[in-house]
Design a protein around this ligand. Sequence first.
Ligand SMILES: C[S@@+](CC[C@H](N)C(=O)[O-])C[C@H]1O[C@@H](n2cnc3c(N)ncnc32)[C@H](O)[C@@H]1O
Length: 260
Amino acid sequence: MTWDPDRYLEFHDLRLRPALDLMGRISMRAPRNIVDLGCGPGNVAKLLLQRWPAAKLTGVDQSDEMLALARRGLPQAQWIDADISHWRADEPVELLFSNAALHWVEDHPGLFARLAGMVARDGVMAVQMPANFSAPSHGLIRTLAASAEWSDVLGSVRMGEVLEAAAYQLLLSTHFRAVEVWETTYYQQLTGEDAVFEWLAGSTLVPYFARLSPELTARFGSQLKAMLTQVYPQRSDGSVLFPFRRLFMLARGPFMQCST
Ligand SMILES: C[S@@+](CC[C@H](N)C(=O)[O-])C[C@H]1O[C@@H](n2cnc3c(N)ncnc32)[C@H](O)[C@@H]1O
């Protein structure tokens, strides 16, 4: 699937906010190494290095477009082109960070068990994922994709998913000594034409667009825009309210380390 970093970064302030909120809960003084899983264009990695400048930073992603931008912005970091589902750290990781990426990866019980095994003895795993899959926006995408016109091509597309917050609390507690899980709904005020569609086009819709020609992408897009406008009407100032729920996890001190 092809990511468009420019489109993704269109709402860069709002997309960065949860990463900053997550970083704000991390009390480590000087992690020696940091891994940013699903690092995208490297904008969060940049903030991680600003906060912990002495750390060795590694970004992992499987998008060439995203990694190209990340490499240009932070040439001093190490950038690895890999699928998170199979990637393994080659040394224990003191801060394993991931913002808005792990919901794309399947089998969370298996994934988090594997990631826990990569965290250093007193290390931290910090993860943020969208938890907005039951929002009207995401429901409309699924409804349209399952309609007679689109189901052959789009019916099986996976938009990513997360478990309930309580399930992560339980899951991480079996792997880490201290676990915090919380959710936040950001009441985002978007501006610009078809702003909710544009937001979704930069992230949630990427795997849908990957299955469509440019002509069909435009057709699917115009149908979705019409549906979204009904549910997210423009306010008198032209903006649109787009609430977005996100799930956060902070886990310290794994019980066991795998041999990496
Ligand atoms: C929404 S972007 C988030 C980027 C960045 N973490 C941020 O906060 O701005 C999601 C990123 O996860 C990457 N990604 C999704 N699934 C992945 C996988 N299985 N392995 C590696 N990267 C993946 C995508 O390529 C994309 O760059």
